[in-house]
Design a protein around this ligand. Structure first.
Ligand code: OGA
Ligand code: MN
Length: 270
């Protein structure tokens, strides 16, 4: 069984299938294809165990090891996750691994514990569609422009008043200049922006930051965004190459817990 229901015209599909079919790889090619087309695929109450999630991940790509781990626990609770500060970074629109040469191909989450009360939704914005809808004038303006992606940019949002030691730690991470418009092997173009995009190379700081802000405001309009309201056991998979995503803010003392797997990028930004 493999049934697809598009939740809006530009982004997001609900897929109905079985765990057995997911793990067998029977629909792996359909999933890969649909993922790029729809940006985000939600599988309600798939109830993958950690091992099953990894097993599924291997049917559509190669697992990307993050911080020495094939699988990450996304939580703000420092006893559950080594990366609580990075988890808070997910409250802002971003692309996973945007500071890398080859950003992750896709990222997937299984919800284990939900945020208490409202929110903690995950939002995915289709940046292929957002690019496509730009005016010809804007498309021309963006040609050849590169944005500098830096960990400092996204971490400043979480820790606006860093210690010198923190700042040095962020700045020790390699930065990357990526084209603002990512031209994919398929010929399709998407916007490569988000929280890690610090400034436009060669432009006056204010002007560059204003452009990045305007592009992000455009790209995250509701028509480009799929918003997943979680139930325990839901599985969400997004194409990380033609989207931005974020977690809708939830309380900092929340027990929300997600199991995350991310896939190795297959396409350099160039
Ligand atoms: C991530 C991420 C969002 C969320 O795992 O890369 O951004 O809703 N997660 O937890
Ligand atoms: Mn992320």
């Amino acid at each position: 069984m493999f049934e697809v229901e598009n939740v809006s015209s530009r982004v997001g599909s609900l897929v109905r299938t079985t765990k057995k079919d997911m793990l067998s790889g029977k629909y792996a090619k359909d999933i890969e294809h649909l993922l790029v087309e729809r940006s985000a695929l939600a599988f309600k109450e798939m109830n993958f165990t950690s091992e099953e999630q990894q097993e599924f991940a291997r049917t559509i790509g190669e697992i990307f090891v993050v911080g020495g781990e094939e699988q990450q626990t996304i939580s703000l609770d420092p006893s559950k996750s080594r990366n609580a500060a990075y988890t808070r970074g997910a409250f802002f629109w971003h692309i996973d691994g945007a500071n890398d040469d080859i950003p992750a191909k896709a990222t997937m989450l299984t919800a284990k514990i939900l945020a208490e009360g409202a929110d903690g939704d995950t939002m995915v914005a289709n940046t292929f569609a957002a690019y496509e809808d730009l005016s010809d004038e804007d498309k021309e303006l963006l040609q050849g422009l590169r944005a500098r992606h830096a960990l400092e940019s996204s971490q400043r949002m979480v820790t606006p008043d860093p210690t010198y030691e923190e700042l040095q730690r962020w700045q020790a991470y390699p930065q990357k200049s990526h084209p603002v418009v990512w031209t994919h092997k398929s010929g399709e173009k998407s916007l490569l922006i988000g929280a890690t995009a610090y400034y436009i190379d060669g432009w006056e700081l204010d002007k560059g930051r204003a452009l990045l802000c305007r592009l992000q405001e455009h790209a995250t309009k509701p028509e480009y965004v799929y918003r997943h309201k979680w139930n325990v056991g839901d599985f969400l998979l997004w194409d990380n190459t033609g989207t931005m995503h974020k977690a809708a803010a939830y309380p900092l003392d929340s027990k929300r817990l997600m199991i995350r797997t991310t896939l190795h990028g297959e396409e350099s930004v160039a």
